[in-house]
Write a protein that binds this ligand. Structure first.
Ligand code: GLU
Length: 453
């Protein structure tokens, strides 16, 4: 790294030594920006970098709630308002025991550049809680959501900060959060996205991240004269992103053979067709069961419990043409990347946020794997959130067809932008550089225009 970027990285290591996920996200970003920073016309860009790694505001609060048995509980709530150069802070809420300030800062940092790539007017933010929705009753989740938003409500608003879902926060939670927000403010506004289409939500929002991921990956294959027809695919995770990734891949003639959750993964060599996918949707969204149940329902599939001692992630050991990590951060280690390369993987597109470690990304690049980084590949979700904000502001609802058309246009545009940016700055084929540089320049120029704030 050059002096300016190396110094900046040392600064965050010194200031926040325990924020390893945040450091990882910044490291990847600085590696790309490093390649252009000396060629930029103004030394002012260096000063913008200083500001970019510091959140505009980070809010931490306690979330008191009671179990169904009346036992008092306490969790920690977060909202990191990272950057508002391009619009109101925008980004999801994650409810998961692993959530801490490092995780929320890394997600808010990534979100800033992801939102920039969509071309819509959205700044970057992220929030959540270390609350674990697993095993909680509907009424416990409802009481938790009501308590969480009671504090968060004073920091957000349709023109200030617009949260949405992420891991552990889906349609049910958005409904509870919205209902309580409306009571507190006595106004019906588009302050949250991912709402039900019955009451202000956008069609295609649940599908958007998975569909968008496949649209972008299809554009990459198209550039190489290929398509998804007949391709075998690995998908990890089994939540919203994974489900709609499988749905879109099936519709394009691909065969998906894996899914996973925190307890393990299933391998179904005959493919997770639409009928089996319907089973997964009910299992995960309604009965909230484990993926192991899939192997009991469909005898052609095998279940592999997750190994406790780390090591290789089983999902990435099966032979396939394409891989879609859609579970969580750092689910593809260097070992996993080597396993995928060994089985001749052609394309990896990230549905989760930062699912590949820095070493893993290098291994893919060194071995000519087509690699689509999260901040571009999974931008479809927040893009349709941006379209939901537009629909709410104009108080109309678009048809599903119109939203899907816009989503396809946006994903193709993101791909063309990051491919051409990488080429322009001498990193042809490196879409990590393309996404980081394109995302950075837009946010940085807006900050310079606005007086370096
Ligand atoms: N949590 C999603 C993401 O990582 C969506 C955020 C949103 O819709 O605001 O991009």
């Amino acid at each position: 790294m050059r002096d300016v970027t190396a110094e900046l990285f040392q600064k965050i290591q010194k200031d926040d030594p325990n924020q390893t996920e945040f450091q990882q996200a910044v490291h990847e970003f600085l590696n790309s920006v490093d390649k252009i920073i000396d060629d930029l016309p103004h030394v002012v860009y260096h000063k913008v970098l200083d500001r970019l790694i510091e959140p505009e505001r980070a809010i931490m609060f306690r979330v008191p709630w009671t179990t169904d048995e009346g036992i008092l509980q306490i969790n920690r709530g977060f909202r990191v308002q990272m950057n508002s150069a391009l619009g109101p802070y925008k980004g999801g809420l994650r409810f998961h025991p692993s959530v801490n300030l490092s995780i929320v800062k890394f997600l808010a940092f990534e979100q800033t550049f992801k939102n920039s790539l969509t071309g819509l007017q959205m700044g970057g933010g992220k929030g959540g809680s270390n609350f674990d929705p697993k095993g909680k009753s509907d009424s416990e989740v409802m009481r938790f959501c009501q308590s969480f938003i009671t504090e968060l409500s004073r920091h957000i608003g349709a023109d200030t900060d617009v949260p949405a879902g992420d891991i552990g926060v889906g349609g049910r939670e958005i409904g509870y959060l919205f209902g309580q927000y409306k009571r507190l403010r006595n106004e019906f506004t588009g302050t949250l996205t991912g709402k039900s289409p019955l009451w202000g939500g956008s069609y295609i929002r649940p599908e958007a991240t998975g569909y968008g991921l496949v649209y972008l990956a299809a554009a990459m294959l198209h550039d190489k004269g290929e398509s998804f027809e007949g391709k075998t695919c690995l998908v990890s995770g089994s939540g919203n992103v994974a489900q709609y990734t499988v749905e879109k891949l099936n519709s394009l003639g691909a065969k998906v053979v894996t899914l996973s959750d925190s307890t393990g993964c299933i391998y179904d060599p005959s493919g997770i067709d639409d009928k089996k996918l319907r089973y997964v949707k009910t299992l995960k969204n309604v009965t909230r069961g484990r993926i192991s149940a899939y192997a009991e329902a469909f005898k052609e599939a095998e279940y592999f419990p997750r190994k406790e001692n780390g090591g290789a992630n089983q999902v990435w050991t099966f032979a396939a043409d394409c891989a879609f990590p859609c579970a969580t951060q750092n689910e593809i280690s260097a070992t996993d990347a080597r396993n995928l390369v060994k089985s001749n993987i052609k394309l990896v597109a990230e549905g989760a946020n930062m699912p590949t470690t820095l070493e893993g990304v290098d291994i893919f690049h060194d071995n000519g794997v087509l690699f689509a980084p999260a901040k571009a590949a999974n931008a479809g979700g927040v893009a349709v959130s941006g379209l939901e904000m537009a629909q709410n502001s104009s108080r109309i609802q678009w048809t599903a067809e119109k939203v899907d058309q816009q989503l396809q246009r946006i994903m193709k545009g993101i791909y063309a932008n990051i491919r051409d940016t990488a080429k322009h700055y001498g990193s042809e084929g490196n879409l990590v550089d393309g996404a980081n540089i394109a995302g950075f320049l837009k946010v940085a120029n807006a900050m310079i225009d606005q007086g370096y704030v």
